[in-house]
Design a protein around this ligand. Sequence first.
Ligand code: ZN
Length: 474
Amino acid sequence: MLLPAPPDAVELVVATVVVGRGVFGGRAGDGLAVGCADGASVAATPPDESALDPALVVADPQPPSSTTAAKAMARAGAFRIGASPRSVVPRLTVSARRSFPMVLRSSSFAAYHRVTMEPRLGRSPSTVTQEAPVPDHTAMDAFIRDIPKAELHVHIEGTLEPEMLLELGERNGVELHCASAEECRAAYHFNGLQHFLGLYYAGVEVLVTARDYYELTTAYLRRAHADGARHVEVFFDPQSHTSRGVPFAVVVEGIRRALVDAERQLGVSSGLIMCFQRDRSPASAIIALETARPYRHIIAGVGLDSAEVGHPPREFEDVFRVAREAGFRTVAHAGEEGPAEYITEALDLLKVERIDHGVRAIDDRTLQRRLAREQIPLTMCPLSNLELQVTPDLAQHPLKRLLDAGLRVTVNSDDPAYFDGYLAANYAAVQHALGLTRADVAALARNSITASWLPSARQTKLLAEIDAFVAATS
Ligand SMILES: [Zn+2]
């Protein structure tokens, strides 16, 4: 679909850019900003070039109801396209009077894509299609990617990419809900935490042997390393494996070997945290805890995850007391979908050292003051919050407000295979949406180190590396 050229056009520049899924997130409130020269006009269509889908084209700040409005937005220098289904590859059609560089920028992804339009002469403009935009990292994205940092909130089962899901499903003879990676990804639209968990636990079933857990963990560690992670603390959900008959030892051994190899090969240090599923009984959690006792030298701590609403922390007070007495450190998911009171409960009753998510702390000023005073870390996960509709739009995410209020906020990826972004993508998404400065990004990176369970000597070393990196790049 081509827009009519401006009436005084002599030389037309026309291009159709097919934007890959990796660039265009397809989530409500998200968008793709297109910066282009004055006089350009822009439209977006579904890939089959059927009628323009009004839901696909959303200008910022006002949605254009016609191509006239779209052209007006383009003349202003920026155009914004709203959400589209993940299965749809958006297509942009651009026309202008002269050649200009066009920058495609997703507010959720670190990658920038620059396309230079080729001039076309004549009355019938030609079309240039770029199937695979060329990645181009801006200075801020490179800063975000390369600054040394730690990841403290990632579920290893949530790093299971569709390609590996299919491979392991085939290897282990497990029937799946999808037959191709694209089909799997197309299903990753969630109306909330519970909806996501259904697919997440279905995916877990392909994990059977120690080799599976090793490969899964290794794939994650390579990605984390590429995103500048120097240290990771990884969650796993033992009950989702042992309940299917996979021995606890198989799970731990596969993950542990990958962590050890990554430290040796990539220099990424790590910790392992076993999560209890709060939608299973406290009695089941106690069994998991007792099973874990012989692995205390491998498992640094315990956490609490899965469906939050209706499963308050207080139900697990005894489990956490026994865990602390056994020498495990403690964290808990709280204030993700559940209320701020769950955060207070997790601190008072479970006596946790960190709160995973903690988004709802924004609702309780007294709690905020306490979190700031006691420097309790919050391991926030922006893209997860967006995908699970914990926040309607990243621009409304409380991360920046809590950071400014003095809380020890960190950025993490949660279940990156399902939420379309690993560690650096989460930093980039929140940086773009909230306008974080380099100083903010550096503060988040420092927080990730001081909130970790690393020994103080390595913390000091990594903090010095952050300072050196910031100084060298300013
Ligand atoms: Zn989580």
